[in-house]
Design a protein around this ligand. Structure first.
Ligand SMILES: *[C@@H]1O[C@H](CO)[C@@H](O)[C@H](O)[C@H]1NC(C)=O
Ligand SMILES: *[C@@H]1O[C@H](CO)[C@@H](O)[C@H](O)[C@H]1NC(C)=O
Ligand SMILES: *[C@@H]1O[C@H](CO)[C@@H](O)[C@H](O)[C@H]1NC(C)=O
Length: 280
């Protein structure tokens, strides 16, 4: 297989960094973004195949388009866009401020939309490309806790499910990766009291629950990223799955998928006569 050109947002830590390292180890080129170049580990800073770019994912659409255009010009193409940057804001609906809610959507949804919009013209011209959206188990099933985070991932899922249909005729594939709880730095800010709303009496102590999980998460990020790489390249366990949209990762996420299927099945069974009673 010819080496790929990847564009990965938030590639200085967590899944993004593990993916950047894996792609580089395969001889691929990686354009990696972070909020500050100093956040990249030295191994990436020294790797000539890593093109490090400083940006906020919430930057203006114009500057994001410029970054993507510059990367495509420099490397000749962009084969894979991975919208990886994101975070989870914790807090009940009543606890979350408008500012917190909008920032969650700016990073997890509108940032993703702007990068996606910027890369599509290049992939359309190439008549090929893969767009990978890092969603979450909470993009499948609304959990008890973190409704704004879940809403931002549902938004990404709806965007991507619909977009996959319109991009398919142009040879562009869309995949949604849905990790459960993996052992990355994802819970770290939460364990440090960031990305958590003011706490109101009576609501679950999510911060306490999630902080306790930091470092003990069941998911292995190296294995998760190995699967993601296989999905993009149609190799290993993902041979023949090029047309599959969603890839839940982790047995905790698989259980969320099963719970959602059960919920939808009951909706369909119990809601059928009402649903079919309202046509002309
Ligand atoms: C996305 O692009 C729009 C303009 O198209 C811009 O207003 C917005 O600030 C950009 N970023 C986010 C996170 O919304
Ligand atoms: C949320 O966490 C992210 C990731 O650590 C951090 O960059 C961001 O500043 C935090 N946002 C708020 C509003 O605390
Ligand atoms: C719901 O699940 C049952 C048991 O598996 C199955 O027989 C039925 O067809 C399902 N309903 C729908 C609408 O898929």
């Amino acid at each position: 297989m010819a080496p790929l050109v990847w564009f990965i947002t938030g590639a200085n830590a967590g899944f993004g960094l593990v993916l950047a390292n894996l792609a580089l180890s395969k001889g691929d080129t990686v354009v990696a973004t972070a909020r500050s170049l100093s956040k990249f580990p030295e191994s990436l800073q020294k790797n000539p195949k890593a093109d490090l770019v400083e940006t906020e994912v919430t930057a203006s659409a114009t500057s994001i388009t410029e970054l993507i255009d510059a990367a495509a010009t420099k490397h000749g193409r962009i084969d894979v866009l991975v919208n990886n940057a994101g975070f989870g804001h914790m807090g009940a609906v009543e606890e979350v401020s408008d500012e917190e809610a909008r920032y969650q959507f700016d990073v997890n949804f509108f940032g993703v939309l702007n990068f996606t919009r910027a890369v599509i013209p290049h992939m359309r011209k190439q008549k090929s490309g893969v767009i990978v959206q890092l969603s979450s188990g909470v993009g499948i099933l609304g959990p008890h806790g973190g409704p704004i985070y879940s809403a931002s991932k549902f938004a990404v899922e709806g965007l991507s499910e619909s977009m996959a249909l319109e991009l398919k005729p142009f040879g562009i594939r869309v995949h949604i990766i849905e990790p459960g709880i993996f052992r990355t730095d994802f819970l770290k800010p939460i364990s440090q009291g960031q990305n958590v709303s003011r706490h109101l009496e009576g609501y679950a102590d999510l911060e306490g629950m999630l902080s306790g999980m930091h470092g003990k998460q069941p998911g292995n990020a190296e294995l998760g990223i190995q699967r993601l790489y296989e999905v993009v390249t149609g190799t290993g366990m993902a041979v023949g799955l090029e047309d599959q949209l969603r890839f839940p990762l982790g047995s905790d996420c698989y259980s969320m998928l099963e719970a959602k299927i059960k919920m939808l099945n009951e909706t369909a069974e119990k809601g059928k006569s009402i649903a079919q009673s309202t046509d002309y």
